[in-house]
Design a protein around this ligand. Structure first.
Ligand code: GCW
Length: 687
């Protein structure tokens, strides 16, 4: 067994005999009446978990009679007695929702567990809930849970290329492709589907949004048969398949002279592609599109706008119930660094706000959490509060492009919680990103969350074994954004590393602090970047300073930061609703952690913390490097409590982080000492 391969589905045998016996009795048999694929998946998943946790194989049968056991079913198709007993629990259940409940079968009957989905997928999620309870070593007596997912779309975006590489992947090669073809053996894809379904993911796009030559052909006849087999693997786990498409496909794959979205031949071509795809995959999800972004083709070539482009694809997919997910990561990536009037942060809002209300009902705009690009700290994109009459989806990045590339520990659940909880004030108090993305606030027909995956064919999936916690936490948050960080962390640790309280204490502390630690030794106070160009790993303060990418910090001998205020800066702050526009615009009110994102200040500017900016830079970088070293020490205290190979793998990564944090510390501190000429008050070593 490869180290870390089972991730949070380890199903360790319960050591406590009483609990083990309880689980064995409750789960001695599994009844599933309907022979649908997803319900069979659910029954098999539960049987495998019970076998592993209790050492006994449950029987799987169509019904339970009066014995104890687990009934897995779907609302409206239960036996009448059970349907009656659960009537109030299941009344409001949506398709993907479920009821999980311990109850007695008739008078004198045995206690049993009912898992009832609104539809099949709900039952599968209910099963994974039950497995989670057992893995957390909790009693099954008195279980009564009703769950509904907060988001309709809970999606993963793979940035996999068919040559087997993964854009911004830090965990090996693709599990989907090798040598410009699909892999022959889908068993790893199936294992991935299990992991995803276990945390509630229901959609996946399987190729990079930068759609290259071979990938452009994925929507043609050539790949129909293979794709339908891939879709079947995911279908068993309630996950819909999406493809990223090249907007210029009519030219590149169809031999047409144009890809103009208003050209009838172009529309026909896409409509034909769509109907062929749906013949092969009747529940195909739809297209994910990166257009007119970082040199990708798009409607601009033809003098059309994004609504023209998206709606044309939407029209092709609509007859089949498909969706167009259109990314808002659109900005000028050929900026002149001397041009101070252009602000990349403003771009998404400027491009898409004027189109609000023009997108078809089956179009969803996918918006990155921040206005720049997945930096360790950014404000929330103002487009979330802006759009009123457009379906929206939040895009997060699980893969750690700018947060240590799975060499550094950086648990992103706290960052995502901040994003989801951010109150845009778009429609008064409580207009959170979570409610805008789900579509609840604006009563939109579609919405959800997508994130760029962090997995590859690495033995433990994620390069850094502890980076599995990010994939786990992401899924859980898409299901329920109000889950607390503590709960998610505890769930992940117990299921992945066992229920040793010492392990839980130490690892949860490491995870909780890790984002802050990473932030403290990298780019300061929200300014971002300062990484090496292209690969984005490691410190390079001016790496992007004189580039075309619109990513500047403007440090000179007096100060640093980007003036985005209305009065003297780029005016970006005006894209927010009150009170954020005033808060961010004001030097006094702006939160410290975002100060340099919004303001250009002298190094001697005093923060709310009471520290000057320059001293803050020195302090956080010295402390951050120390805290990174302390992560390794904390982990070492767990030696013997964690499986040896896993322990060694994590220790190795933490040692790399600890060394590399010093590199960050010294490069950043030296740079600012040389720029500012201001000494560290504590006289520590700066080069
Ligand atoms: O920041 C950039 C990444 C690109 C990525 C792009 C995007 C897929 O560096 O690698 O391309 O974001 O989100 O489209």
């Amino acid at each position: 067994e490869m180290t870390g391969y089972k991730a949070w589905l380890r199903y360790e045998t319960a050591e406590n005999e009483t609990l083990r016996e309880e689980y064995r009795i409750y789960c001695s048999s599994i009844a599933v009446a309907e022979q649908s694929r997803v319900l069979l998946t659910a029954a098999r998943e539960l049987a495998a978990a019970v076998r592993s946790i209790t050492g006994h194989s449950p029987s799987i049968a169509p019904s339970l009679d009066r014995a104890s056991g687990v009934v897995i079913g779907v609302k409206g198709k239960l036996d009448p007695e059970l349907e009656q007993a659960l009537s109030s629990d299941i009344a409001e259940l949506s398709d993907e929702g479920y009821v999980l409940r311990t109850l007695r079968a008739g008078s004198g009957g045995a206690e049993r567990i009912a898992i009832v989905g609104g539809a099949e997928a709900g039952a599968l999620y209910g099963v994974f809930h039950l497995i989670r309870v057992m893995q957390m070593r909790k009693s099954l007596g008195g279980l009564r849970a009703t769950e509904q997912p907060a988001n309709r779309l809970r999606m993963i975006n793979q940035w996999d290329n068919m040559d087997g590489s993964i854009e911004r992947g830090y965990a090996g090669k693709s599990i989907f492709y090798r040598g410009n073809a699909f892999v022959d053996d889908f068993s790893r894809i199936r294992d991935y589907a299990r992991l995803l379904a276990s945390v509630g993911i229901n959609a996946i796009s399987i190729n990079n949004v930068n759609v290259h030559r071979e990938e452009t052909k994925l929507i043609t006849k050539q790949y129909e048969e293979t794709l339908s087999r891939v879709a079947a693997v995911f279908r068993d786990y309630g996950i819909k398949l999406f493809l990223s498409v090249n907007f210029a496909s009519p030219i590149a794959a169809g031999g047409l002279p144009t890809a103009d979205p208003l050209e009838p031949s172009v529309k026909e071509w896409w409509a034909q592609r769509a109907s062929d795809l749906y013949r092969a995959i009747p529940d195909f999800g739809g297209f994910l599109v990166k257009a007119d972004s970082e040199f990708r083709p798009g409607p601009f070539t033809y003098g059309r706008d994004h609504a023209d482009g998206a709606n044309m694809l939407a029209e092709a997919l609509a007859p089949h119930g498909g969706l167009v997910i259109w990314r808002c990561f659109v900005y000028n990536c050929l900026q002149d660094w001397r041009d101070r009037s252009t602000d990349r942060a403003k771009a998404a809002y400027e491009h898409f706000m004027p189109l609000d209300g023009r997108f078809a009902d089956n179009v969803i705009l996918q918006i990155k959490n921040g206005p720049m690009d997945f930096q360790v700290r950014e404000p929330v994109s103002p487009l979330f509060g802006g759009l009123k009459r457009t379906n929206q989806m939040l895009e997060l990045q699980i893969t750690q492009e700018y947060t240590g590339q799975q060499k550094h520990l950086c648990y992103l659940v706290p960052q995502w919680k901040e994003v989801l909880d951010f109150d845009t004030h778009a429609a008064g108090k409580g207009s959170t990103v979570a409610r805008l993305a789900s579509g609840v606030l604006r009563e939109r027909p579609h919405g959800g969350i997508a994130a760029v995956s962090n997995i590859g064919d690495d033995a433990c999936w994620t390069g850094h074994p502890l980076a599995q916690a990010n994939l786990y936490g992401y899924g859980r948050l898409t299901w329920n954004p109000s889950l607390s960080e503590d709960q998610i962390t505890a769930e992940w640790i117990r299921q992945s590393l066992g229920c040793d309280p010492e392990v839980e204490t130490v690892v949860s502390d490491m995870l909780r602090k890790s984002w802050g630690i990473y932030e403290s030794y990298t780019a300061p106070l929200g300014v971002g970047w300062m990484v090496n160009p292209n690969h984005h790993y490691g410190p390079n303060v001016d790496g992007y300073e004189y580039s075309k990418w619109g990513t500047y910090h403007f440090a000179d001998c007096r100060g640093i930061g980007v003036d985005r205020t209305a009065e003297t800066g780029t005016g970006y702050t005006a894209q927010y609703h009150s009170p954020w526009r005033e808060t961010f615009n004001s030097l006094e009110l702006c939160p410290d952690e975002l100060l340099l994102f919004f303001h250009h200040v002298p190094y001697t500017h005093v923060l709310h913390s009471g520290n000057t900016v320059i001293q803050h830079i020195y302090d956080t970088h010295f402390e951050g490097a120390e805290e990174a070293a302390a992560l390794l020490e904390a982990w070492k205290s767990l030696e013997g409590r964690i499986e040896a190979d896993y322990f060694a793998l994590v220790a190795e990564r933490l040692a790399v982080q600890s060394e590399h944090a010093k590199e960050w510390r010294d490069v950043i501190n030296t740079y600012f000492y040389r720029k500012s000429g201001i000494a560290d008050r504590q006289g520590r070593l700066i080069y």
